[in-house]
Design a protein around this ligand. Sequence first.
Ligand SMILES: Cc1cc2nc3c(=O)[nH]c(=O)nc-3n(C[C@H](O)[C@H](O)[C@H](O)COP(=O)(O)OP(=O)(O)OC[C@H]3O[C@@H](n4cnc5c(N)ncnc54)[C@H](O)[C@@H]3O)c2cc1C
Length: 387
Amino acid sequence: MFGETQEMIREAAARFAREKLLPNAARLDRGEGGEEYSENLRELARLGFNGLAVREEYGGAQAGAVAYALALFEIGKACASTAVAVSVTNMAAEVLQAVGSGGQCKKYLPPLLRGEWPAASFCLTESGAGSDPAAMRARAEENKNGFIINGVKQWISSGKIAGFYLVWAVTDAQAPRGRGISCFIADAGSEGLTVGPDADKMGQRGSPTNEIVFDNVCIPRENLLGKLNDGYRIAMRELFGGRIGVAAMACGIASAALDSAQEYMCAREQHGKKLREHQGLRWMLAERRAETEAAFWLTIRAAQLKDAGRNFVKEAAMAKWFAATAGERACRDALQLHGGYGYMRDLPLERHCRDIRIASIYEGTDEMQKNIIARELFRGEKENKGG
Ligand SMILES: Cc1cc2nc3c(=O)[nH]c(=O)nc-3n(C[C@H](O)[C@H](O)[C@H](O)COP(=O)(O)OP(=O)(O)OC[C@H]3O[C@@H](n4cnc5c(N)ncnc54)[C@H](O)[C@@H]3O)c2cc1C
């Protein structure tokens, strides 16, 4: 079904997830085990998981989007907080590979891919610019050495553990919407760059989410990524690929929840028979399994199109929306099948329910995915102006 390399990557991810990530997942959720978290991310990098689609010359695995989806699925099954960091770091690595100069790729990719830093961050969102990043207010003023960035980026995944940040800022305030934004690389520890405290959030609590403040941060000219004023297009293009990672992670979380439910249905007896013998419960599991399976293959389809160099925008949006919504239903019903035990923190079901919720929000909300799907469906149709 998958190629030899893809199967090998999936198996390696599954093994690492089982042996290293799963034992730490509940502790991380309680706010412990942060050092182990960063060390596991570095180890994943050393094993090739930070640059799954990056060329070998930069230390990447050069294995493509299907391998990336399979890895994120296995990692998501064990620890969603780790999956999000791996997903965003791969996105940052792919932006560098796609639009970075030879010098930028040589400087940032090899250390990232050999685990010198646990992660990299993608700084697009601001308090007033979420679904509409073109409304961003961060500014980059050009001077003779490069650019000075001022602005505040909100809810940045891996903010406090990133080795560098890809940051978007307005470089031409007079340009039409989205046409005056550029992308830059900012090193962690740059003067004027500060990282806020961890956001106190519902799920994926092991993954630090931070505000990043840019207060007169000097960015050398050679750290402009891609062309001046082309940043919005760069961000949108990369988010299309990132959605495959979020969808795969959501399928992983849902599968873990359903695996627990299936096992529990074989062990628990009520009314003189196993839960698996109650038809209503069998149907509940059957429906959720079918939906999760469909979400998985939709995700793989988007990844295959990406690997083939074909347009995958609609399929990636469909996969993300469907995996997030079907995954949430799967986690809810998996908890329901455990009854009161599912509600207790001794079992991972309530964590799965909290962890999956964000899949409908970050890297484009469900509503934005549906906007994208509809836009792609009607592409080429003339707008009806009415009569
Ligand atoms: C835990 C977490 C981690 C994150 N990590 C990162 C990160 O690493 N980097 C980063 O840059 N950002 C990150 N984000 C930000 C995330 O991408 C945004 O939260 C998301 O894009 C939505 O933006 P918003 O929260 O401002 O919601 P809004 O854009 O304010 O949306 C509010 C509601 O309105 C709906 N809506 C908005 N516009 C439309 C429309 N045109 N049509 C229909 N409905 C619409 C939305 O779907 C939503 O339901 C993260 C967020 C969280 C919570």
